[in-house]
Design a protein around this ligand. Sequence first.
Ligand code: GLY
Length: 624
Amino acid sequence: MRALRLLPLLALLPVAVLPALAAAADAADFASLLQERPGRFRPVRSTGGMVAGQEPRAAAVGAAMLAAGGNAVDAAVAASFAEAVTLPAAGNLGGGGFLLLWLPGPSPARGRGCLPSGPGAAGPELPIGGGQAVAIDYRESAPAAATADQFLRPDGTVDRQRATRSPLSAGVPGSVAGLVLAQRCYGHLPLARVIAPAIALAEQGVTVDPFLAESLADAATLLAADPGARRTFLRAVPGGSPRPLAAGEILRQPELAASLRRIARSGHQGFYGGPTAAALTALMRERGGRISAADLADYRARLVRPLQITFRGHPVLAPPLPAGGLSLLQLLKLVEPFGPLPGGASSAADLHPLAEAMALVFRDRNEHLGDLPQPEPVVRRLLDPTRLAELRRTIDPLRHRPSAELAAGQGRRSGGTNTTHLSVVDRHGGLVSSTTSLNLAYGNGISVPGAGFLLNNTMDDFSAAPGTANAFGLIQGEANAIAPGRRPLSSMSPTLVFRPDGTPWLATGSPGGSRILTIVTQVLRNRLVHGMNLAGAVASPRIHSQLWPDRLELEDGISPDTADLLQKRGHRIKAANAMGAAHSVEWLGKGRGSLGMADPRRSSGLAQPEPAGLRLRSGAPNPP
Ligand code: GLY
């Protein structure tokens, strides 16, 4: 339904976008190119690289970097800074996330002082496919003054308001550090060049489209409660309550433009020092937050070695803890032997064991995972083939095993979709997959006075009290308790997949809170098990289960007959809203270009450089 409601959005895209809707390569071309059936949906093809993301103007900014000779990192960094302006619910300067990249050839990072030096120094880069893959952890961290009980009332219950809507709910922001690090170590264009479009968008303003208008309307109460957010996103109504900006009005963010300009000028220091840091710490002092000038000065994004598995012959890479990568890879390994069944994708026989595997993975996640000081033994244990086989054997092919039999505790609900994901491919096959978030939509709703950006409420991703649920219904343990400097456990799983010969192939990921890892798993199963093309793999209906609450969520598009069969196997079925937005790209190989699919579930942008200039292509499904 949501996808249908968003179709009118296309009418508002710039005129240059519209001709592209009819311009995708024809089905026969795809069939021969991909040696696969074209499918009901078709990806878009490009020879110059592609940016697939949630926000069309930000995707266009990324594509403009590709057109200017930038690589996938330039495009991803530029698009991310632009999303901080055009997608205020999730794009951000005040949040955090994870980025995974692969670039061909020798690493540019070594000559730039980004990697450990000296004989035998183990680096974060993973050599694969004639290039290097590396992950960047730019997750928020707990301030030095954070305490395990900071969200607890005297009676031991969690104060949800404090955990999600107060200055205390903000972790030390990581996005700027992560994007600047990516650019410095792996980008090709100057930092100021890739930030310039975001500055212009913030300063000159962007036209509010129906998607943004709807999102602002949904968040109006939250945004009205904060003076800065109110000034930016709402309009005063004489004699009445302020109203959110409507479609067609202009969103201008001059304070955000000034913050971006300081980053363009001074890089990392332009955010973690100087006027921006002063504005943020002043807010914390005045309103009872705990982020100090020292927390900001000490914050570092980290280059980290990706985790790797092989799924059906394909190397799959994902970022390590505290990202969701480990759980994603565990789920993929657990379901790897579940082949295509005669009923095909979305049949009850296919979905039942997948759902059971999801619950098992969430049990491990809840019990064992967090920002662990020594993650290696846990990684080895969770991916151990013998243990995986034992877990697989506990799945009854005909009956759902109630969560109460699997684990103690009770959950509430699974998460919304308040994060944003970008996948980028450049003309040389360079790939970037980056997922970023303020946690809930518009974070805690608090805009930093004078700096013009919203703060995250990612401290809620910690377990505020073991055994109680966070906003995503996740019940987590001591391994994810709040501690100074620790980063909260995330589900974000930007993912890269390689061909069996090791050459780069596919970048994907999604927003969706706790659903992220189940969404990415389904995209990859659709592509690699069910033989769908990229567009079908992204567009096909999804399911989600996360142990608690003990239920199976089904997206629109899973047939009622299938739902009935799943119910007969013991699942409690819940019809769910659209899950995530798995914007994805594929590299076809030298001289063959790339494919992209922006997930039609949400407002989506797919942009590519064309020889004659920049043209946008819609992520909406092509007509049959
Ligand atoms: N904020 C949701 C997540 O990182 O999983």
